[in-house]
Design a binder for this molecule. Structure first.
Ligand SMILES: [Zn+2]
Length: 90
């Protein structure tokens, strides 16, 4: 996966910087425990105010904020109108 900017040093530096701010979750407003394992649903994740899919800047600190992993994934699943549920397996 060469070329994935999320694997780059600037991105990791941004993640560390936002994490160090100790801001509460941008979605639910609760504090984030920075010591939690990355697989923990309440661990820190970096969220982009303007999603990358809409032209948001991956590395702009002004576009980055703290969010729980769980909250981030819930938000991501709700972008745009939800299509009708289907039973079809993809
Ligand atoms: Zn949250």
């Amino acid at each position: 996966m060469a070329g994935n900017p999320r694997n780059g040093r600037p991105y990791r530096r941004l993640v560390a910087a936002v994490k160090a701010l100790g801001d509460p979750c941008a979605r639910c407003g609760h504090n984030i425990d920075p010591t939690l394992d990355a697989r923990h649903p309440l661990s820190f994740t970096l969220d982009h105010v303007v999603p990358l899919s809409r032209g948001g800047n991956l590395l702009d600190p002004a576009n980055a904020r703290s969010m729980h992993r769980r909250c981030n994934s819930q938000r991501g699943n709700r972008v745009g109108p939800q299509p009708l549920k289907t039973t079809r397996r993809w």
